[in-house]
Design a protein around this ligand. Structure first.
Ligand code: SF4
Length: 296
């Protein structure tokens, strides 16, 4: 597959408020899942030809050297700007080999994906969990496969994502669902949220993290509006977004307050954590980090 030059793969996060991740790792550039709301398309990220996936040049050598140089272990997050389980990973195995390095160097991992390919690496997540925190998460914005096919046309269906979580949870891996975004006028209703809560609980996941809106920026906005017109022709959704939110960054559901109350109540009823500090505590509580001390 095509490569793209890279100077670094693993960067230190300014804070660890996002799922307790101390570092961020992007092995690939671009993503073929085609989500109409994808934030990574925003002009500020300067990723040209986003649908075309490229692997970072010498990715595994960089990962090895960067892990070796880190002063402290910690949790490495993946899935913020690309999907580590894009279809090419099946044959490229870059994510799998990066997990092997993460395991060998004593780091933890927080993996976010929209793919069920993550199940292939259940053994790696089990191995890492022997010494460090592990979190495997699927993004799900609707449990309705037909609606998801319109919003996320290149990604495996929510049914497949929930099945993957079930297999990981059965293997003893800590799992969760990330419900971001929740698209106003399309997904911001109790029925949609209830569907996600039910499937999340059935999958054996520990938590459901969610927001009641979508972030939209320059570059992403144009693609999003085009996608809305393609997915829901004649419904005027793009015009409705433009009229309601203009150029606003965070487009909150008009029903955000009542939906949030419904979401938190129903999560608690289903035995799911929803608050970020509780989620972080739940998957990290059995681990204590130590200074690195490698024999190599
Ligand atoms: S899976 Fe994530 S990175 Fe890929 S298109 Fe969808 S939102 Fe963007």
């Amino acid at each position: 597959m095509d490569t793209v030059p890279a100077r670094t793969i693993i960067t230190k996060n300014r804070d660890s408020s996002w799922f307790g991740c101390d570092y961020n790792m992007n092995l690939y550039r671009g993503c073929p899942h085609g989500c109409i709301y994808c934030d990574s398309r925003s002009a500020c990220y300067h990723v040209e030809n986003f649908d075309h996936v490229r692997v970072k040049e010498n990715a595994l050598l960089l990962v090895r050297d960067e892990l070796r140089r880190k002063g402290k272990t910690g949790v490495i997050g993946s899935g913020a700007m690309c999907d580590s389980y894009n279809p090419f990973e099946q044959t490229e195995l870059v994510t799998r080999h990066a997990l092997e390095l993460i395991d060998a160097f004593g780091f933890g991992i927080s993996m976010l994906t929209k793919s069920d390919r993550i199940v292939r690496d259940a053994d790696m997540y089990q191995s890492i969990a022997e010494h460090s925190p592990v979190l495997c998460m699927e993004t799900v914005t609707t449990a309705d496969d037909d609606l998801a096919a319109k919003l996320e046309p290149g990604a495996p269906s929510p049914t497949r994502r929930f099945a993957a979580l079930k297999r990981l949870a059965d293997a003893g891996v800590c799992t969760g669902v990330v419900m971001t975004p929740l698209l106003p006028f399309i997904e911001d209703n109790e029925e949609n949220i209830r569907g996600i809560i039910e499937k999340t609980a059935e999958s054996g996941a520990r938590f459901l993290y969610g927001i009641m809106g979508v972030t939209v920026r320059d570059g992403q906005r144009e693609y999003f509006y085009d996608g809305l017109e393609r997915a829901f022709p004649g419904q005027g959704l793009a015009a409705r977004y433009a009229k309601t939110y203009g150029n606003r960054y965070y487009c909150a559901s008009r029903r955000a307050a009542s939906l949030w109350e419904f979401f938190t109540r129903e999560c608690e009823r289903a035995g799911l954590l929803w608050d970020m500090p509780d989620i972080i505590h739940a998957y990290k509580k059995n681990y204590l980090y130590t200074q690195l001390s490698f024999p190599f």
